[in-house]
Design a protein around this ligand. Structure first.
Ligand code: ADP
Length: 243
């Protein structure tokens, strides 16, 4: 469903992504693991052109974007099919929970207000925040704010949701509620790419683990294989350190 071919990205003269190839099938829950600084977040942001890759190709559905000469129309079409959940939630502080979720539906998708509201209430129900619909972000815990971030992504009906370390800004006691919501959505068959350090989540929920180091994919496969029988030395060392 999504194919990323030979994605390269440099910042100034630092080559952060050195040719990433990844195929994500429909309904797959892909988890990206790797040491800090290995390029995981940059790669995720390249998938929907929040960062523009210097080279490579992004293929989604039946169209392809050449990263060297992307056109605006294709980038918009790509963004329509993706939604991002950020580490720091990125909610509008002066809008209520409901308004935060409705925003993208009204501004980007141009839905009528009533339709946007109905859809937003549905997803707020799903993430367990319907009673907080009129609260402002500052009145919510970090876990609740992140659940709003997830509701906002879900409301857009994307083909793939990109999660950028969705729990790493949270106090440990709030991580569980957010992972539970992500699990629930995963079980509904939405395609996801998740950058995370949560090994339990990677093991239990994902069906495709990607291990990155120094801007390349070192190893990938099913979690049952990667976690119990990694082939590459670098993967072994990383898993030993972190688990
Ligand atoms: P990870 O998510 O694996 O921790 P990142 O993708 O965040 O890794 O970062 C990889 C490298 O790219 C780091 O050395 C980081 O400093 C650098 N980097 C990331 N974003 C930028 C940017 N906008 N400008 C310059 N350097 C960046």
């Amino acid at each position: 469903m999504i194919q990323l071919k030979n994605i390269k990205k440099s910042f100034h003269d630092q080559e952060v992504l050195r040719g990433i190839n990844l195929t994500v099938k429909k309904g797959e829950i892909v988890v990206i693991l790797g040491p800090s600084g290995s390029g995981k977040t940059t790669f995720l942001r390249c998938v929907n052109f929040l960062e523009k890759p210097n080279e490579g190709e992004v293929i989604i559905d039946n169209f392809s974007i050449d990263c060297k000469k992307p056109n605006k129309k294709d980038i918009l079409a790509l963004r329509k099919r993706t939604a991002m959940v950020f580490q720091h939630y990125n909610l509008f502080k002066h809008k209520t929970v409901l308004e935060n979720v409705m925003e993208g539906l009204i501004i980007v998708q141009k839905l009528p207000k009533e339709t946007a509201k109905k859809k937003s209430l549905e997803v707020l129900e799903k993430v367990g925040l319907i009673e907080k619909r009129d609260a402002y972000p500052s009145q919510l815990s970090g876990g609740q704010q992140q659940r709003v971030g997830i509701a906002r992504a879900l409301a857009l009906n994307p083909e793939v949701i990109l999660f950028d370390e969705p729990t790493s800004a949270l106090d440990p006691e709030l991580v569980g509620e957010v992972l539970e919501v992500i699990k629930k959505i995963a079980n509904e068959g939405i395609t996801m790419i998740v950058v995370t350090h949560e090994m339990g989540f990677a093991r239990d929920v994902s069906n495709h683990v990607v291990f990155m180091d120094q801007g390349i994919i070192v190893e990938e496969g099913h979690p049952a294989v990667i976690f119990t029988n990694p082939k590459e030395e670098r993967t072994k060392r990383f898993l030993k350190r972190i688990t």
